[in-house]
Design a protein around this ligand. Sequence first.
Ligand code: ADP
Length: 477
Amino acid sequence: MTLHQNLIAGEWVGGDGVANINPSNTNDVVGEYARATADDAKAGIAAAKAAFPAWSRSGILERHAILKKTADEIMARKDELGRLLSREEGKTLAEGIGETVRAGQIFEFFAGECLRLAGEVIPSVRPNIGVEITREPVGVVGIITPWNFPIAIPAWKIAPALAYGNTVVFKPAELVPGCSWAIVDILHRAGLPKGVLNLVMGKGSVVGQAMLDSPDVQAITFTGSVGTGKRVAMASVEHNRKFQLEMGGKNPFVVLDDADLSVAVEAAVNSAFFSTGQRCTASSRIIVTEGIHDKFVAAMGERMQGLVVDDALKPGTQIGPVVDQSQLNQDTDYIAIGKQEGAKLAFGGELITRDTPGFYLQPALFTEAHNQMRIAREEVFGPVAAVIRVKDYEEALAVANDTPFGLSSGIATTSLKHATHFKRNAEAGMVMVNLPTAGVDFHVPFGGRKGSSYGPREQGKYAAEFYTTVKTAYTLA
Ligand code: ADP
């Protein structure tokens, strides 16, 4: 089997491969991927530092052309890359291809952003003096990504970093190196100069930590767990560097008495269980007012019975496997905790077997839960959701906001008054009315509040805030 190596200073390097395993079929090895050492990370950082002066002054047409070429190749290979994604991560083929298309759109968008760079020219308060406000690249950007969006998250960090003239050291999650390797390969062949983008696949505690400890990394963008996010923050404060964190969620989905029942059920099932619930925007707290509660729970049960949980690559599969054994253990531990806490496991929650050995879990729905239970406060990161019964809209909003997190928040209602009030008062970075809590377009800001996020938003033109630094320059006329 060919070994997929790390890219450092424009050369593919490294031996000592680890197997990338398909969670739908643990007998299937997706590929062998080199494991970088701390010294490799340091070499990648040194290469990015050396490449920065030239790349930061490169022409916008050169950057545009490389990002556009990358977008075109991702789009042309969407079926193959989407399949690789589903094979290594376990989301369904439709979800894998959809995510790949999104990565292509992100590169296309930021190819365009290269051509739209602009500043401001304004008069000083002093006569005959002009002021220019421009954006400059930050320097070497460290990119650390999680396993749940193996192509979209690397794309939405790498594309703006390069578009705005930064150089990059990129460490993907250990579980899903395949898509990351593929997009780095595409960018490399598209003509990126040596050292502008360095790929260091390997362990967070080794490779990631070496990035955190380096004084030569001027900015780190991280998506992952709250615990690692705190380490990134502390190390970044130590080195006086810019940092951006996207971490967990415990997103609420409110269903009001006046909701359209089928809209509410579709949005709730999608929010809670699609992508196997492994999305930071997944909703795991379904807050339902008492007039519709019983009808809604019955309709959810019916809808959940029809969900097809199987091999991610099989046609017709709606929910793929959990990503690995350790995540599966976490999911089943939380199901046990929910029962011990007194919530009622109304549907699902059993381990299931399929034709191939994989990490299959029937999506689980608890009822009779309350918001202080651990299953309502801590992120499970699996297909496990809890219904919390409330009296009215006011109580629903209070419960929705009573969480340490604040990423996404949803509501199902036909009332303009409640929808408008919820959009204004939900303590979340993203709010959805009659739509699932997940599913934010590639060209709009993504991010949250409270314990979910730190720093500027990602995606769209808002990404410039993190990947550039503002300069204010004066000239005497
Ligand atoms: P998850 O539970 O989603 O895997 P993690 O926070 O553990 O979340 O992982 C997200 C990313 O952070 C991964 O690429 C992982 O390798 C990396 N990581 C883990 N530990 C560290 C660390 N000490 N320093 C830097 N990166 C780390």
